[in-house]
Design a protein around this ligand. Sequence first.
Ligand code: GTP
Ligand code: SPV
Ligand code: MN
Length: 585
Amino acid sequence: MYNNIHVKNWVEEVAKLTQPAEIVWCDGSEEERERLTKEAISTGEMIELNQEELPGCLYHRTAENDVARVEHLTFICTTEKDDAGPTNNWMEKTLAYAKLGTLFNGAMKGRTMYVIPYIMGPAFSSFSKVGIEVTDSIYVVLNMRIMTRMGKIAMDMLGDSPNFVRGLHSKGTVDPEKRMICHFPEDNAIWSINSAYGGNVLLGKKCFALRIASYLGRKEGWMAEHMLILGIENPKGEIKYVTAAFPSACGKTNLAMMVPPESFAKEGYKVWTVGDDIAWLRIGEDGRLWAVNPEAGFFGVAPGTSMKSNPNALLTTKKNTIFTNVALTENKTVWWENMGVEAPDKLIDWKGNEWTPGCGTKAAHPNSRFTAPACQCPSISSEWENPAGVPISAMIFGGRRAKVAPLVYQSFSWNHGVFVGATMASETTAAATGAVGVVRRDPMAMLPFIGYNVGDYFAHWIEMGKKIPNPPAIFNVNWFRTDDNGKFIWPGFGDNLRVILWILKRVAGEVDAVETPIGYLPKPEDIDLTGLDDINIDTIKELLSIDKETWAQEVKEQKEFLSKFDRLPAEIKDEYEALVKRLGL
Ligand code: GTP
Ligand code: SPV
Ligand code: MN
């Protein structure tokens, strides 16, 4: 049905390898959605939810062993090991093709192969890029339909060009022992086998829009980052945009959709969502950095999403949404922990078993997710599909740190900001398999997503700083400081706007700051606490405190981390030395 010879040849080639019974070329039409939905329901792959309460919504359970990204099974496959660098699993390229070739051989026998053309980024934007994903999973097709601009439009944008990312996926046997997610940045290719979960298989997302795109960005002079994008409108109607990089399950979706506290809303402050997970950034003609959200939907963490914590996310999921690994009610609606609704007496949990409140297990998997169209979000920005993107005033890094990092601080310069991002750390979450709650360094929240050598990645950040005439200021935040009882001190969520407003004042030169060894900190009285009952200025002082001993330990760990990178740019070393000196160590 499509005429691009390069696409045709490639699809023929993978069909020869995987031997599907049938090939279906996706066009992105409504008829196609209905047909595939019906089929998935008839085979039991998807369950139709209560169409009165949740019109157009579907429910899906993955295999119990297939519920998150698998970083230990994710590979960057290049000719030279050094090009993958010390933070990635590496496999020599030809070896990887051979190994996966064996697994893909006949993997689609008796199955239908779907060819999904898609665009990451707004159609026909100069930011945007085309991918083709071949898969044997209807679940993947229906998700990609929400997460990307999918179908005919992508082929229209591609035209005769051979320039597309080749993504090959088969759920295979979903055998965790034979699961592998391989990236071939030198060939614009991704091969993923034996998983049917989220980030492992929706190849446009982490695999393309971060791992492959970060590699392309370095080559072509732009950046692909694990960042939300949001706009803050002040009572005068002026909108400023910021991006924020937090590791997985550390609050990007929440911040991107936050609701201003009542007193701020009354004054006329508004928050507009541009993206909740990934930003592609380019230098604009005006010398500022501009960002687009390459995605068209949200693949958000369900547990914890409530009308109190994130009403915009919850409202986004009321129609045309796919729920994965949440709990199912008798009434064919969905439930998850901390949804703000009491658990019904009886549920079917994410494993498909009967569940009752107090039975001792979680009804929804901690990494259960919703896939929802971005256009349904009540706070979606009118600029979210602007092909030129939005201009960025500030970039924010952050993670989960029970101690150490203060509520917010500003870096002294671009290079210092790059150092702050490069050395950031966070406690691990359920978004990837492995231990939860362990502190690990996660540079720019990109540790699992940098498609090349981390030293070169830092160098690219430094280079970009030299090229951006009017760069955004760089900040660090921490919503997750805890008291001696392990309770979060800062209320977070909508109240985070109070911190963002300080950041914007700094950018506008409207507020002074305290110069400390780690950066500029707010004067406690400059965080606007209007309408906050349980937080007073002493709490803010505590949240802004920098403990010298803790920081002495922190820089020791930073040094250990950075010492593993043989391509570390001199600028990062210099920033490290300067920090040590400022701390008087
Ligand atoms: P990915 O989709 O995995 O990239 O995650 P994300 O960064 O978008 O994280 P998300 O916004 O889904 O938040 C994940 C968890 O962090 C949820 O359990 C939230 O309730 C919690 N969270 C988000 N914002 C805050 C906050 O400001 N304070 C506190 N204490 N928790 C928060
Ligand atoms: C993340 O883990 O950062 C996610 C979910 O956004 S996934 O698509 O699985 O990567
Ligand atoms: Mn993410």
